[in-house]
Ligand binder design. Structure first.
Ligand SMILES: Nc1ncnc2c1ncn2[C@@H]1O[C@H](COP(=O)(O)OP(=O)(O)O)[C@@H](O)[C@H]1O
Ligand SMILES: [Mg+2]
Length: 395
């Protein structure tokens, strides 16, 4: 498998996601321990509201960055503090706006945490830390798959909102504010609010740029060798590719050793079958394997052992597999777009061109591809899945 060297001096991001309970936190914490012990300035952050980094390390970690040991800092992100850190401005405006509408203060506060506010403010930390350049690596222990996908698809959704709705509401505010002023106490957003929204939008675009750059970010899928977890991992892989995120590895955790006795015989057999399917399913990714240990891998010593078992001589900062971006093949009178989307099927897919944007809907996930100028007026006329690729003819 071809390996990409990381660009010298750049902060790396390694993000772990997967089904609840498979070992994301343990794997993230052990990766961070290993990196710190090998001299990398490491920050581990948890974006899972059900934080368990403190439990894993056996050290109290707060919403602020806390030093755990030499070279290792940690943070359990609190959404409220994240909003306060990044969005004081906007929250103040919304609170004012809603209370002027006769909504009581408590619900104003609640409304101020509109959908997306938490995702956005968490992502902004990534931007902060990348800019600070204090760390060689940021390890992200994220929420279970669905929540993480919501987080990672947020910049895309936000950019849709900003490009489609925002210009309209900004113009409306400009026209309406002078007329409304004498009559109403409704505080229309002034230009500073719009400026702060634009700034926010810019930052989120930067975060998306960081998280989709394979020389910076590697997303690693943690699973256990059972069917439910494998299926969820397959779906997560497809959706992450749909959004252009660089996945480079799968970590199969909690594998039974051969000496686990008769009682676990059936489990061992089914684990072996599922592992063969996992090997087969994720051929373009690196697959790490970790045995179930005899007790809970908590505390720094146990996490260090786990890190060594996981990576051995390998460098966790290595990029273990290339991600495959969208490409276009030219034919005589049409172009075929090729997007890597393994495990997807046609029945779950919806495609159309909307004003020069190719919209792909898969299950509940929607991605908008901005078509190159030369293709902006072409429509999808045919689509098929071939060897894990979605091929779309644009005519
Ligand atoms: N390889 C392993 N062997 C034994 N126990 C493990 C292993 N990996 C994780 N665990 C335990 O499984 C439980 C769930 O792990 P955790 O890392 O919290 O998962 P997640 O973050 O995915 O919910 C924890 O009690 C953890 O200590
Ligand atoms: Mg966890």
């Amino acid at each position: 498998m071809a390996k990409v060297e990381k660009k010298a001096g750049k902060t790396r991001i390694i993000l772990f996601t997967g089904k609840g309970g498979v070992g994301k936190t343990s794997v993230a914490a052990s990766t961070a321990m290993l990196l710190a012990s090998r001299g990398k300035r490491t920050l581990i952050i948890s974006t899972d509201p059900a934080h368990s980094l403190s439990d894993a390390f056996g050290v109290q970690i707060g919403a602020a960055v806390t030093e755990i040991t030499h070279n290792l800092h940690a943070q359990e992100i609190s959404v409220i503090e994240a909003i306060n850190d990044h969005w004081e401005n906007l929250k103040g405006y919304l609170t004012g706006l809603f209370s002027s509408q006769g909504l009581d203060p408590i619900s104003s506060e609640e409304i101020a945490t509109l959908p997306g506010f938490d995702e956005a403010s968490e992502l902004l930390y990534v931007n902060d830390y990348m800019k600070e350049g204090k760390y060689d690596v940021i390890v992200m222990d994220s929420a279970p798959t669905g929540e993480s996908l919501k987080l990672l698809s947020f910049p895309e959704a936000m950019s849709w909102y900003m490009e489609k709705l925002f210009p309209i509401s900004r113009t409306t505010a400009r026209i309406v504010r002078p007329i409304m002023k004498p009559f109403s106490s409704i505080p229309l957003p002034d230009d500073s609010i719009f400026k702060s929204m634009e700034g926010l939008y810019e930052s989120l675009r930067e975060v998306r740029g960081i998280l989709t750059d394979e020389s910076i970010t590697s997303i690693r899928l943690v699973c256990t060798p059972d069917r439910m977890s494998m299926n969820e991992t397959r779906r997560a892989y497809t959706y992450l590719l749909l959004y252009g995120y660089p996945v480079d590895a799968v970590i199969v955790n909690k594998i039974f050793r051969s000496n686990t006795g008769d009682f676990f015989q059936n489990w061992r057999k089914s684990q072996e079958e599922i592992m063969a399917e996992i090997d087969n399913s994720f051929q373009d990714l690196h697959i790490f394997k970790l045995y179930l240990s005899k007790d809970e891998p908590t505390g720094m010593e146990r996490l260090s052992e786990m890190g060594n078992d996981l990576y051995g001589d390998q460098d966790p900062l290595e990029v273990f597999a290339h991600s495959i971006p969208i490409s276009y093949d030219k034919h005589d009178n049409f172009v075929t777009a090729r997007i890597r989307l393994p495990f997807a099927t046609k029945e779950r897919l919806n495609l159309y061109n909307k004003g020069g944007e190719l919209v792909i809907e898969l299950d509940n996930w929607r991605r908008v591809f901005y078509l190159p100028q030369t293709l902006a007026n072409k429509n999808p006329t045919a689509a098929e899945f071939n060897n894990g690729y979605l091929l779309i003819d644009l005519k």
